[in-house]
Design a protein around this ligand. Structure first.
Ligand code: ADP
Length: 426
């Protein structure tokens, strides 16, 4: 096995896939691991993304897990490291972006690093240090009401400064637009003033590509997934099909949907409208009838094996609220996740070889139920959503193609077009 080039640590699961997908598009062969692996990497890759679930856990635990990931990546030969967080900079004054950045800088002997959540393709841009979400400032976006990480200040220099004892500065757009030499000079000037972390402005992919070469000498980069598009070139890599090639897909096709987002509701409706075979899961039925999961699996076994099947708990906000009021929010979530992940495992045991999972938490539960430890990242279906190939002890052929779609991603016809995208890639 050859050494890896870029070692990445992501603070949540679907965010890890998003980063991996951007690296694949730019020519890297990427493997995503679920947590820190126990042994060495299985197979060759240019980059590895270790997916943690460390965004909202206590800061000391996030630091511990991130350091463990960095040490494992170091053992795989990583030449540069990337700490990936959300493009809305999800954090609180207690962390976890600042404390994890501090700990990784110390571990990796990084004298200087950047912080840049910009992802212009998804409407996240940084201008004069202020983060915009679509057309509004972060503090005016829905993120201000986030239950765990409410973002009430758009000034990222201020937000990050509250989380670290290091001095935080800014590399603004007037420098970025001049290109990588100017950015490098600005890094040197800030470092000479004792500033060791700089928020960087970026409003377009072109800005991110100018930033890339300026980051070559940094041992650690901290960012959303956008900055990744400028890094593979530093290692002499160019976009190439080989990077996203996966083994040929085989087996039945299925969709398991536990997301109740606006986008997923539309995707379920679209699949049904096209005449797709669909089976609803009712949370009240799950409570009352312990054999609901077996019933759903029997339905799938009896369905036409040449066509995809959809099993969904996806419901509109009123229906979800009714369930939550009766059972409790966390309890309802767990009940449905447990049922859907058992169904995903049962479907794979039945011979499903191409599986779409909709929902971030639902994806985490399904990957766990399938005992998937790592995934090779393949072609992109929609921004942030690639097909992946994973080994699972539950798969008849040992492995399966799987895509994990977080709530609001994907076009309305995603449940149809995703399978077509895999055929085209073959
Ligand atoms: P998203 O990516 O859209 O946020 P998630 O899977 O992360 O999707 O979250 C959706 C949550 O809603 C999960 O915990 C899931 O189990 C739960 N859920 C799904 N369907 C229902 C339903 N009909 N009633 C109540 N909760 C549901």
């Amino acid at each position: 096995m050859s050494k890896i080039l870029l070692g990445c640590i992501a603070d949540d699961f679907t965010g890890a896939t998003d980063l991996a997908s951007n690296l694949v598009r730019e020519g890297m062969r990427v493997v995503q691991t679920i947590g820190v692996p126990q042994g060495p990497l299985d197979g060759d890759a240019d980059a590895v993304v270790v997916a943690l679930k460390s965004r909202t856990i206590p800061a000391s635990e996030a630091v511990q897990q991130s350091l463990e990931a960095a040490r494992w990546l170091k053992a795989q030969g990583a030449q540069q490291y990337y700490f990936k967080y959300c493009s809305t900079f999800d954090s609180t004054p207690a962390g976890n972006i600042g404390p994890v950045t501090d700990a990784l800088m110390a571990e990796l002997n990084a004298g200087f690093t950047i912080a840049c959540p910009a992802f212009p393709e998804n409407g996240r841009v940084v201008f004069k240090g202020h983060l915009f979400v679509g057309d509004v400032l972060l503090q005016e976006s829905g993120m201000r009401n986030h239950p765990l990480t409410p973002m009430t200040d758009s000034n990222l220099v201020r937000v990050l400064q509250a989380q670290t004892s290091r001095n935080v500065g800014l590399i603004d757009h007037t420098v970025v637009e001049q290109g990588s030499a100017a950015i490098k000079a600005r890094i040197d000037a800030l470092a000479a003033k004792g500033i060791t972390i700089a928020v960087v402005d970026a409003t377009t992919n072109e800005d991110l590509r100018k930033l890339g070469p300026a980051l070559e000498q940094l041992s650690l980069v901290t960012a959303g997934s956008g900055v990744a598009i400028g890094l593979p070139k530093n290692f002499g890599l160019e976009p190439r099909n080989l990077a996203s090639s996966l083994p040929p897909a085989e087996g039945r096709r299925a969709i398991v949907s536990g997301s109740c987002s606006v986008a997923t509701n539309a995707q379920v409706a679209d699949f049904k409208q096209r005449g797709g075979a669909a089976y609803p899961i009712d949370p009240f039925q799950l409570l009352e009838n312990p054999s609901s999961v077996e019933k759903a699996l029997r339905w799938a076994a009896d369905a036409d094996h040449s066509l995809p099947v959809l099993i969904y708990a996806t419901a509109d906000p009123d229906a979800v609220k009714a369930v939550q009021q009766k059972i409790g929010v966390a309890e309802a979530g767990e009940l449905v996740e447990h049922a859907l992940s058992s169904i995903a495992r049962g479907l794979v045991q039945q011979g499903v070889g191409e599986l779409i999972v909709a929902g971030g938490e639902t994806s985490g539960a399904c990957v766990k139920a399938l005992d998937i430890m790592q995934m090779r990242i393949g072609p992109q279906i929609a921004p942030g959503v690639p097909w992946c190939y994973a080994q699972s002890p539950h798969a008849a052929r040992g492995g399966l193609h799987i895509t994990l779609k977080s709530g609001n991603f994907g076009a309305t016809d995603f449940f149809t077009s995703a399978f077509t995208a895999l055929e085209v890639a073959a």
